[in-house]
Design a protein around this ligand. Structure first.
Ligand code: NZQ
Ligand code: ZN
Length: 384
């Protein structure tokens, strides 16, 4: 096992009817800015629950955060924070709203140059941030219990991430009943995104981390088991399992002391930035192809995944590892998630944009640092 440091200060308040607790979780002296998205919270009663809980408090609103939140929109919120004396940010929505709020919290206190630098430097320059909390309405990203944020910039078609311990939410309220209003497509996206998060921390090579491996396998198995009911009906228990599993998929526990490979996310973000493919959709395209491309390096862990998660007992390591790729694609298809670029009419000519960007940035990906622009091209060709 590799050395590691684990720190996670997020207070998770989980369960039915917990949104009202937002009142006692926010300092009554602070003026609050509530940040939300395109209006789903006004249709499903979540907005009303938050407004009722915060009745009488000094509260302003900032709505209109887009899926794949835009830098340009976040800057408008920062402008308002500068003119009003905001002391706390409350995100109410999915991962995009949470990520935008984290970025706004950091940008409002940024004393460097242009706040975009927060993203180009991966968060290293964040020295202060406003405190924030959230009411999550979409299980998927894990943003509710991590310190990462992913922001897109319309003008340059870029999508970059940053991380800083200063943007951990102070609290996250997770009420599984908020997910009842989610369209099937968003549920499917959440199931796939959370699955991919676990795999980016698992499908590399073994460094003797038996507990973390079992924890990762438990999270993906829970997602697979819950998927049918999550997509099929409004059932509290399966929504609760899904919500907590998605949080645990990316809250720092699974990555303790293991080797990670975030190549699928790295390439996926570019597919979103250039072609507008939703985040989880991009992952379902790239992940099976990455595993095929890096088969020799990853086959030990993939075979273990097949044995332990899908109970594949026959065959040698190679055939079990191949079974893991097949079972993963089957899982994606079972939740009606496409897995090819052609499903989105993205052609071989189109992928050159992505390859060129990796070339320009000089990014080096993969747990063995063996994936550069030419390998990105090979992987994307496997996705066509
Ligand atoms: O904007 P509103 O009207 O709220 O509608 C949203 C949005 O259209 C809707 N929605 C959310 N909760 C709902 C609901 N509709 C009905 N009922 C509800 N309860 O769902 C749509 C998608 O929401 P979004 O927040 O964009 O989805 P998600 O949570 O999947 O977040 C995706 C973003 O998170 C980033 C992605 O790159 C993407 O930008 N990620 C963040 C990570 C992190 N912070 O750690 C890690 C991830 O890998 C990911 O990169
Ligand atoms: Zn993701």
């Amino acid at each position: 096992m590799n050395n590691f440091e684990f720190y996670n200060p997020v207070r998770v308040v989980f369960g039915k009817g917990t949104i009202g607790q937002v009142r006692k979780l926010i300092d009554a002296e602070k003026k609050v800015m509530m940040v939300y998205g395109g209006g789903s919270i006004k249709k499903n009663g979540v907005y009303e629950q938050v407004a009722r809980a915060l009745k009488g408090r000094d509260l302003v609103e900032f709505g209109g955060i887009e899926p794949n939140p835009l830098y340009e929109t976040c800057l408008q919120a920062v402008e308002r924070i500068r003119t009003e004396d905001i002391g706390f940010l409350l995100a109410v929505g999915g991962g995009s709203v949470l990520d935008a709020t984290k970025f706004i919290a950091a940008a409002a206190c940024y004393e460097g140059g242009e706040p975009w630098e927060i993203l180009t430097t991966g968060g290293r320059r964040v020295k202060a941030a406003l405190p924030l909390g959230d009411v999550l309405t979409l299980p998927a990203t894990g943003s509710e219990m991590n310190c990462f944020s992913v922001i897109s910039r319309r003008s340059t078609q870029e999508k970059l991430a940053f991380g800083s311990p200063l943007v951990y939410p102070v609290f996250s309220i997770l009420d599984p009943e908020t997910t009842y209003s989610l369209p099937k497509k968003q549920l499917r996206n959440g199931l796939v995104d959370a699955f991919a998060h676990v795999m980016e921390q698992y499908a590399t090579y073994s460094v003797s981390s038996p507990l973390q491996d079992r924890q990762a396998e438990a999270v993906v198995r829970t997602l697979i088991d819950a998927a049918g009911d999550v997509l099929g009906r409004q059932d509290y228990d399966s929504r609760a399992s899904f919500m907590w599993a998605a949080t645990c998929a990316l809250n720092g526990v699974l990555s303790c002391g293991v080797v990670q490979d975030w190549t699928t996310h790295g390439i996926g973000h570019e597919l979103t930035a250039f072609f507008g493919v939703a985040h989880a959709e991009s992952l379902a395209i790239v992940m099976p192809a990455l595993w095929q491309h890096q088969f020799e390096q990853k086959k030990g862990k993939l075979a273990q995944l097949a044995r332990r998660v899908w109970h594949v007992i026959q065959g040698d390591e190679d055939s079990q590892a191949r079974a893991a790729i097949e079972k993963t694609v089957e899982y994606f298809h079972s939740v009606e998630m496409p897995t090819r670029l052609s499903d989105y009419d993205i052609t071989e000519a189109d992928i050159q944009k992505v390859v060129e960007r990796f070339g320009q940035r000089g990014d080096v990906l993969g747990e063995h640092k063996n994936i550069k622009a030419p390998q990105v091209e090979e992987i994307l060709k496997l996705c066509l």
